[in-house]
Design a protein around this ligand. Structure first.
Ligand SMILES: CC(C)(COP(=O)(O)OP(=O)(O)OC[C@H]1O[C@@H](n2cnc3c(N)ncnc32)[C@H](O)[C@@H]1OP(=O)(O)O)[C@@H](O)C(=O)NCCC(=O)NCCS
Length: 259
């Protein structure tokens, strides 16, 4: 009997080490001139670090994917295209390599990249989102305005001290979903319903396809960050999720990844 081969989804997150400025100098040579120009436009050093880290992490992750998926490029040689709503994808011609679906996210103090160890295929996609957990937000007001009505109603039923954490859980899941979908928040966040315990897509319309093709995961990353992953695949249950957290570029290097 033929069995469907399992594929891996590799999620790497990176937090700054004790010398973030020195780390940036090591990461920058991996970026292309366009990325370096965008990096240079961030005013706050924490934003510069997380931008450089996310883009370098993505390049290192793509280069560390199995050769069996197809030819790989060196980290600095990957080239990217933007989809119609800004979703980045590998430019196979200019990279001289096989594309792999991926997603990146960056916020102060944490960057992440998720990649699938498979060539791009219809209905196969990944989205990742990281956010600071302790931001002063009008959580209920934002949910009432932007989220699905049942999500807003659920938040309003919680004790006050639980609302911000629950909101961040919903928000990161919803952002991960629209990043996997490729639309970003142009797909209104009110048009689909997610739940956090356990993470899942409860209800969604046409552009999302079959609900059973979605798998959502989420983690708290240290005390300060929430991280969410959305996978869309014909059989998401067979995908093996491998999640590694690195603190500082040295810890990434210690794993023997190229840099
Ligand atoms: C894509 C989107 C979801 C970005 O999310 P974000 O949380 O602001 O930023 P993240 O760091 O998580 O992700 C940014 C990365 O997503 C990727 N991205 C951009 N557009 C994308 C799209 N349409 N689909 C998938 N990925 C996309 C890019 O790699 C981008 O990195 P870059 O800007 O360094 O090149 C976007 O639609 C957006 O504008 N979000 C705004 C969030 C917001 O205001 N939410 C309010 C909720 S109450």
């Amino acid at each position: 009997m033929l069995s469907t081969p399992s594929i891996s989804l590799v999620l790497w997150s990176l937090a700054p080490g004790p010398d973030p400025d020195g780390e940036q100098l090591r990461l920058l040579p991996l970026l292309d001139p366009g990325e370096r120009a965008r990096w240079d436009r961030f005013r706050d050093g924490r934003d510069r670090w997380s931008y450089a880290a996310a883009h370098a992490l993505c390049r290192l992750s793509l280069s560390a994917s199995p050769a069996a998926v197809g030819p790989r490029a060196a980290p600095e040689d990957w080239r990217f295209l933007e989809g119609p709503h800004g979703k980045p994808e590998v430019d196979t011609a200019r990279s001289k390599a096989q594309a792999r679906p991926f997603s990146i996210s960056h916020t102060r103090g944490l960057s992440a990249c998720a990649r699938l160890d498979a060539p791009p295929a219809p209905g196969l996609a990944v989205g990742v989102d990281v956010e600071g957990r302790n931001r002063p937000l009008e959580a209920q007001g934002l949910a009432d305005r932007f989220f699905h009505p049942l999500e807003a109603r659920w938040l309003s039923s919680l004790p006050e001290e639980a609302v911000l954490g629950a909101f961040m859980g919903l928000w990161t899941l919803k952002e991960a979903v629209v990043k996997a979908l490729g639309t970003g928040i142009q797909q209104g966040l009110e048009t689909f319903h997610v739940a956090t315990t356990p993470p899942r897509l409860v209800e969604a319309d046409a552009p999302f396809g079959e609900r059973g093709h979605w798998r959502l995961e989420q983690w708290n990353q240290g005390e300060n960050h929430a991280l969410a992953l959305a996978l869309r695949a014909p059989d998401p249950g067979i995908v093996r999720v491998v999640h590694r957290t690195f603190v500082g570029v040295d810890s990434l290097l210690a794993e023997g990844e190229p840099l």
